[in-house]
Ligand binder design. Structure first.
Ligand SMILES: NC(=O)c1ccc[n+]([C@@H]2O[C@H](COP(=O)([O-])OP(=O)(O)OC[C@H]3O[C@@H](n4cnc5c(N)ncnc54)[C@H](O)[C@@H]3O)[C@@H](O)[C@H]2O)c1
Length: 250
């Protein structure tokens, strides 16, 4: 069940990867809270709720990103918030991943985040307000076997957010990240067939995977005026995964 987030009414929010999973859940909460939401994604895979519109975008394409942002500003008059949720994951360690997979993951997850932020930067600074929320991961905070490109990309996103917050603060623009734990989305569908799944879930202190709307609620908070003095932080939305290792001794 989505909550209504005060402080989002009338805002224009651009969400990359907004057609699925965490991006779509964030769009749903933001739209239910009175925002106009642009869900930018490679393709539209689900129906969008009222208040959301789909726009085609490849976040690794700078010209396309720039053109989309310009068009949104000309049609809606402003952009108040950006959520970078577009992302992919590829399994593989140093020797088993291909260099093409490494490049692709970094291009979408890391460079794509930077390009989206770059496209809205001048507009947000000029208006002296705005909020950028990057979707990172617990796999950016901690190492994880056989997921080298993904972990590296998300670690880069976390550092990018701190650096962007330092650059944008002077202009009244907030930049934060969230780091989800295991969340039920199309990206993680089928993981429950893995022999490692139960052990992974158990490392979440709440002993369950999260739902996309639980992440969307946190994203909406960071976008909203409720978070008006919050910048440069990473909020794990991970059921306690990053807080402790679960070692059951008793
Ligand atoms: N699901 C999880 O457990 C989990 C955990 C931690 C972090 N994340 C992160 O959350 C974000 C959203 O993932 P999700 O779980 O909702 O997965 P998802 O697959 O449902 O959504 C990802 C969306 O990104 C879009 N996308 C991929 N490449 C793109 C590109 N080049 N340009 C534009 N859009 C593109 C996809 O089309 C898709 O709609 C990702 O960055 C992911 O790494 C997910």
């Amino acid at each position: 069940m989505n909550q209504i987030m005060s402080g989002l009414q009338g805002k224009v929010i651009l969400i990359t990867g907004g057609a699925s999973g965490i991006g779509l859940a964030s769009a749903t909460v933001a739209a239910a809270s009175g925002a106009r939401v642009i869900c930018a994604d490679l393709s539209q895979t689900h129906d969008l709720p009222a208040g959301c519109e789909f726009r085609k975008l490849d976040v690794s394409d700078w010209e396309m990103t720039q053109a989309l942002v310009e068009d949104v500003i000309s049609r809606h008059g402003q952009i108040d918030g950006l959520v970078t949720s577009a992302g992919i994951s590829r399994v593989g360690d140093l020797q088993t991943m291909t260099l093409q997979e490494w490049d692709q993951v970094l291009q979408i997850n890391l460079t794509g985040t930077m390009l989206s932020a770059r496209a809205v930067a001048a507009h947000l600074k000029e208006r002296k307000q705005g909020s950028i929320v990057a979707v990172a991961s617990i796999n950016g905070m901690l190492g994880n076997p056989s997921n080298l490109a993904y972990c590296t990309s998300k670690g880069g996103v976390l550092q990018m957010v701190r650096s962007l917050a330092a650059d944008f603060g002077l202009h009244g623009v907030r930049v934060n990240s969230i780091s989800p734990g295991l969340i039920h989305t199309p990206m993680t569908a089928g993981l429950d067939q893995s022999p490692a799944y139960a052990g992974f879930v158990k490392q979440h202190l709440l002993r369950r995977a999260g739902e996309a709307h639980e992440v969307g609620n946190t994203v909406a908070f960071l976008l909203s005026d409720m978070a008006s003095f919050v910048t440069g932080v990473n909020i794990p939305v991970d059921g306690g995964f990053s807080a402790a290792k679960v070692i059951e001794m008793y």
